[in-house]
Design a protein around this ligand. Structure first.
Ligand code: SF4
Ligand code: SF4
Length: 282
């Protein structure tokens, strides 16, 4: 079973929920994997403290022009909607950081002058931490396009019984790449006007894709009740509420689990998983 943990905005506690749920499942003796798809800022490792066993490069294919064959016709440049290849004087310049690796330029080249060559844009780590199989994608600093790293990470598709996917925040392409093909999406929010606004966007996103989903409200006692009202109006399942607790915030800043502060949370996260398993099981 693949469960994605997503959020319309950053800072809602998405990684806290994902890592705590993964550990609670592992403590029940289940084979569980945590996959950190927040590749621009992965931080699940801070909590799971994995021993890294393997690392792979995440690569994309970018065009390389053989100037001995090229006639400078400009067809490749005209075909590229991302302006990532251009004929400049007597050469053809490729701008790899904005290339989307679509292969369009090599398809249209009449001289077969373009080859695709691999370019490393990040890396993927695999290990084990706190009884959880750990996978992390990390985009190299300065790179602009993150979905290929997420795609490479998701392709690894572990054999674990339960796979917890920590999606990046927001509602754009990297999130879609992370949550696609999952069985259930937990949307984590906080009951503030910004939180509610971004929750509405996130709900719209998962409904458009057609994935089953439910809501976890973090710091549930700091707001004005409008998030709950919205959930009730939209018939959204509120799976769990987590009241603000300064001790949890302090534990987070030390890279500790919620159950280190309050052992009740281990049971609550297992129940959260169990309730989702019941919903998605045939
Ligand atoms: S399409 Fe091929 S031949 Fe034409 S400019 Fe581009 S690389 Fe050169
Ligand atoms: S592979 Fe696609 S995005 Fe990259 S330069 Fe060629 S046409 Fe442009």
């Amino acid at each position: 079973m693949k469960i994605a943990i997503a959020s319309g905005k950053g800072g809602t506690g998405k990684t806290t929920i994902a890592t705590n749920m993964a550990v609670a499942i592992a403590k029940e003796g289940r084979d569980v994997a945590y996959v950190d798809c927040d590749v621009e800022e992965p931080n699940g490792h801070i909590f799971l403290k994995p021993e890294i066993k393997e690392q792979y490069d995440a690569t994309v294919l970018v065009p390389h022009v053989d100037l001995n064959k090229c006639t400078l016709c400009g067809d490749c440049s005209a075909a590229c909607v991302f302006n990532a290849i251009a004929v400049l004087g007597k050469t053809v310049e490729v701008f790899p950081s904005i290339c989307h690796s679509c292969g369009g330029c090599s398809d249209v080249c009449p001289e077969n002058a373009i080859d695709d060559i691999p370019r490393t844009i990040g890396h993927i780590s695999r290990g084990v931490g706190m009884g959880v199989q750990f996978y992390e994608g990390r985009l190299n600093v300065g790179e602009a396009i993150s979905p290929p790293v997420t795609k490479a990470l998701r392709k690894l598709d572990t054999n674990s019984e339960v796979i917890i996917i920590d999606a990046p925040p927001g509602t754009s392409c990297p999130v879609i790449e992370a949550i696609s093909g999952t069985d259930y999406v937990i949307l984590v929010t906080e009951p503030t006007p910004f939180g509610l606004n971004d929750l509405k966007l996130a709900v719209g996103m998962v409904q458009e894709i057609g994935l089953p989903h439910g809501i976890v409200i973090n710091r549930s006692d700091i707001g004005d009740g409008k998030t709950e009202e919205f959930c009730h109006r939209q018939n959204l399942d509120i799976l769990m509420t987590i009241p603000f607790d300064r001790r949890i915030a302090e534990a987070y800043s030390r890279g500790e689990m919620m159950s280190d502060v309050n052992s009740e949370y281990e049971r609550r996260f297992w129940e959260l998983y169990s309730s989702i398993a019941e919903k998605v099981s045939p």
